[in-house]
Design a protein around this ligand. Structure first.
Ligand SMILES: O=C(O)CCC(=O)C(=O)O
Length: 286
């Protein structure tokens, strides 16, 4: 039914995506990659200033600052790509990116990177939300539609017990409106939630509309993750406002395209009508 796609999802994954609304991939990153990215977060990203949450300004907005320097403390860093070329290469990592193309089709862009460390603490109750802000919360697509936006969450630590900062989902909720009334707002303990368990290196793939969020973390150790977000080209990116030119020297043609390089200066029609070689660039044939 959906044209222009190399089919890489198994039938079981396709069904899980349609019915439950998410996928869990085992061993998406190798143990060596887990160690490498974990070290980058601890010793390259955390010691530098960067975009961290700014609740005093506005929920969901970020400001330039230094996080707590304790490696097990909370950190929520946006826009990882400038910190190391490996973060750029992760945007179209073979296998995972093939799966993104299968799910989303070729007319996509990379919209956001993020590292979240959830400290072990009694102070954080977790929360449940949909992605993309106020308007996207009210928009969801049908089972037979391409998604608007998809995130990949890579686990860098084992999360093998509940209450360990688990990524928590309501299976099937991607097709339902998110409750707005205060008394109905879902939380990580609401019936219907599933706190996912996984090993370091596993990845979760989910669309913006699924009800999801972190459980509390009482495990005694920090939970470490990297998140990469992809969206259809006609949707705005989260982390940059125009083509991400500062990175283009370090990118392959496909990475440049994913970061907004259409090969010419902006003209009306761009991003809605894709460059003619879009499919070839996305599939690595150009
Ligand atoms: O598990 C987390 O830390 C939060 C991840 C999440 O909800 C998101 O990326 O939207």
């Amino acid at each position: 039914m959906l044209a222009n796609t190399k089919r890489v999802l198994t039938e079981a994954q396709r069904e899980q995506w349609a019915v439950d609304g998410y996928l869990q991939l085992e061993g998406a990153l190798s143990p060596a990659e887990v160690a490498f990215f974990s070290d980058l977060l601890d010793n390259t990203v955390r010691p530098q200033k960067g975009y961290e949450p700014a609740p005093a300004i506005q929920r969901g907005h970020y400001e330039w600052k230094l996080p707590d320097q304790n490696k097990d403390a909370f950190m929520d860093r946006r826009d990882l790509l400038p910190y190391h070329p490996a973060f750029i290469d992760l945007i179209d990592r073979p296998a995972i990116f093939d799966l993104i193309l299968d799910l989303m089709g070729p007319y996509i862009q990379f919209s956001m990177s993020q590292a979240i460390i959830r400290a072990s603490t009694d102070m954080f109750p977790g929360y449940i939300h949909t992605d993309g802000g106020e308007a996207q919360k009210t928009i969801r697509v049908s089972e037979t539609s391409r998604p608007l936006a998809v995130k990949v969450m890579y686990l860098l630590t084992d999360v093998t017990e509940p209450d360990s900062g688990n990524f928590t989902v309501f299976p099937g909720s991607h097709l339902r409106p998110f409750a707005e009334r205060a008394e109905r707002l879902p939380g990580p303990e609401t019936p219907g939630t599933v706190p996912l368990l996984g090993k370091a290196g596993d990845a979760y793939v989910f669309p913006h509309a699924i009800w999801h969020g972190p459980s509390p973390n009482h495990s005694g150790k920090a939970r470490k993750t990297i998140l990469y977000n992809y969206c259809q080209m006609f949707v705005r990116a989260y982390d940059y406002s125009g083509p991400y030119t500062a990175l283009f020297d370090r990118c392959t043609p496909r990475q440049r395209r994913l970061l907004g390089d259409l090969g010419h200066d902006f003209r009306p029609g761009d991003f809605f009508y894709a460059p003619l070689d879009q499919e070839a660039v996305m599939t690595g044939k150009a």
